[in-house]
Write a protein that binds this ligand. Structure first.
Ligand code: ATP
Ligand code: MG
Length: 362
C-alpha cells in the first residue's frame, strides 16, 4: 500500500552535503507493522518525514493507496492520481490532505504544554468541518481507545511519560488515519511502559487495521511487535525481511550487531577480552543459531560424544519471535582440528547455522 522508489534527500550544511536518504526502495503492505532500525544518523527520521512530506525529497516517488503517486524531481514535487492519470505539480491542499491521513508520534511526545489533554487531542480536529459536539465526542472516543479517559482535563505536566505518549497517540489518530508513523516513540520510556505502549500500538494495528511504520534503534522493539523490518545505514536500506528471518540469519554486519545486542550476546566481547573464556590454540568459539526448540543441548552432548570433542556452552538464549522459538548458543569447541571441523559440519547438517566467532586454530 506504500511503495517507495529511488527516494533521495540531501541536506546541505555550508559546503557539505549529507545524503540522509540515498536511494531507498521499500514496499510496505496494508495493515503491517514495519520496523526501520539503524544507528544514529542512518537516515531513519528523514525517511519517515519524507513519507508524509514533512521533508520534500529531491528525487524518487511515493505511492500511497488512495492518494496516488507523488514524484520528486530536482526537489520539485509532482502528483498523479493513479497509474494513467496526468502528472501535475503537487498542491498544498494535496499535501495537507495526505498529512491529515498519516498520523505521527515522536520520542518527546510534542504535546502543547499549556493545553489540557482534551485540547491536545482536539487540536487536529479543528478546521475539519466538525461541530464542537462532534469534536468532544471524538476526543472522548479516542481517549477511551488509548485508555486515558480519566485524564481528560489534566495538563501534560501532570502526566507520566507513558500517559503523555498515549495522548500523542490519541491525537495522531484524530482524523482516522490509515497510517501511523512512529519515530522512536518508546525511546524515552522505561521498559515496562515501553511494553504497554507497544501493546497499545499492536492493539490499534489489529483493531483499526492501522499500518504502522516504526522507527527504533532497539531490536527488542522490533522483536516485540514488527512483522517486517528494514535496516538502514548511511541513508540506504542494507537489509530487509520478515523479523524471524532477520533474527535467524542476519547477513550484514550492522544487522548482526543489532541482533547480537538484542540477544544479550554483545557481552561476548567482554567475556573474551576479560579472559574468562580462554580460546586456546586447539579451540574455536562458535555461535549456533537454531530455529527448532528440540535441538540445542541434546545435540551438543550427542555431537560431543560422536566426534570426541569438548563442546562447552558459554552463553545460551532462546527467544520467541512471531510465535516461534529461535535459539542461540555460544560454544567453545575444543579438540583435534579435524574432529572439531567434522563436528561443526555435522551440526550444520542438522539445519543449525554455525558461525566461528574466534578461531584459536588459525
Ligand atoms: N534538517 C537537517 N539539516 C541538516 N542535516 C540534517 C537535517 N536532518 C537530518 N540531517 C542529517 O541527516 C543525517 C540523517 O539524519 P536522521 O535524523 O534521518 O537520522 P536518524 O537515523 O533518524 O538518527 P537518530 O537515530 O539519531 O534519530 C544525519 O547525518 C543528520 O545530521
Ligand atoms: Mg531520528
Amino acid at each position: 500500500m506504500i511503495t517507495i522508489r529511488g527516494l533521495k534527500k540531501t541536506f546541505r550544511i555550508e559546503k557539505q552535503f549529507v545524503h540522509a536518504v540515498n536511494g531507498v526502495d521499500l514496499d510496505i503492505s496494508e495493515g503491517e507493522i514495519f520496523g526501520v532500525v539503524g544507528y544514529s544518523g542512518a537516515g531513519k527520521s528523514t525517511l519517515v518525514r519524507c513519507i508524509n512530506f514533512l521533508e520534500i525529497p529531491e528525487e524518487g516517488s511515493i505511492t500511497i493507496n488512495g492518494f496516488g503517486t507523488f514524484t520528486a524531481r530536482n526537489g520539485k514535487l509532482f502528483h498523479k492520481d493513479d497509474e494513467n492519470g496526468a502528472e501535475k505539480p503537487a498542491t498544498d491542499k494535496q499535501l495537507r490532505q495526505l498529512r491529515r491521513n498519516i498520523g505521527m508520534i515522536f520520542q518527546h511526545f510534542n504535546l502543547l504544554d499549556r493545553s489540557t489533554v482534551f485540547e491536545n487531542v482536539a487540536y487536529p480536529l479543528q478546521h475539519t468541518g466538525k461541530t464542537k459536539t462532534e469534536i468532544a465526542a471524538k476526543v472522548r472516543e479516542l481517549l477511551e481507545l488509548v485508555d486515558l479517559s480519566d485524564k481528560i482535563y489534566s495538563y501534560p505536566s501532570e502526566l507520566s511519560g507513558g500517559q503523555k505518549q498515549r495522548v500523542a497517540i490519541a491525537r495522531a489518530l484524530a482524523n482516522d488515519p490509515k497510517i501511523l508513523l512512529s519515530d522512536e516513540a518508546t525511546s524515552a520510556l522505561d521498559p515496562d511502559v515501553t511494553e504497554s505502549i507497544l501493546k497499545l500500538l499492536k492493539d490499534l494495528n489489529r483493531k483499526l487495521g492501522l499500518t504502522v511504520i516504526l522507527i527504533t534503534h532497539e531490536m527488542a522493539v522490533v522483536r516485540s511487535i514488527c512483522d517486517r523490518v528494514a535496516v538502514m545505514e548511511n541513508g540506504k536500506v542494507v537489509e530487509e525481511g520478515n523479523v524471524y528471518g532477520i533474527f535467524a540469519d542476519p547477513k550484514e554486519n550492522v544487522t548482526k550487531r543489532f541482533v547480537n545486542a538484542s540477544f544479550g550476546l554483545s557481552n561476548l566481547d567482554k567475556l573474551t577480552e576479560s579472559g574468562l573464556v580462554n580460546i586456546t590454540p586447539d579451540s574455536k568459539l562458535v555461535r549456533l543459531t537454531f530455529s527448532q526448540e528440540s535441538v540445542g543441548e541434546a545435540l551438543i552432548s550427542q555431537v560431543s560424544r560422536k566426534f570426541n570433542v569438548s563442546l562447552n556452552i558459554i552463553l545460551a538464549n532462546v527467544e520467541i519471535l512471531q510465535d516461534a522459538p529461535l535459539g542461540a548458543l555460544i560454544i567453545l569447541a575444543k579438540g583435534d582440528r579435524a574432529d572439531v571441523e567434522n563436528a561443526l559440519k555435522y551440526i550444520e547438517e542438522q539445519n543449525v547455522k554455525v558461525e566461528v566467532i574466534v578461531d584459536g586454530m588459525d
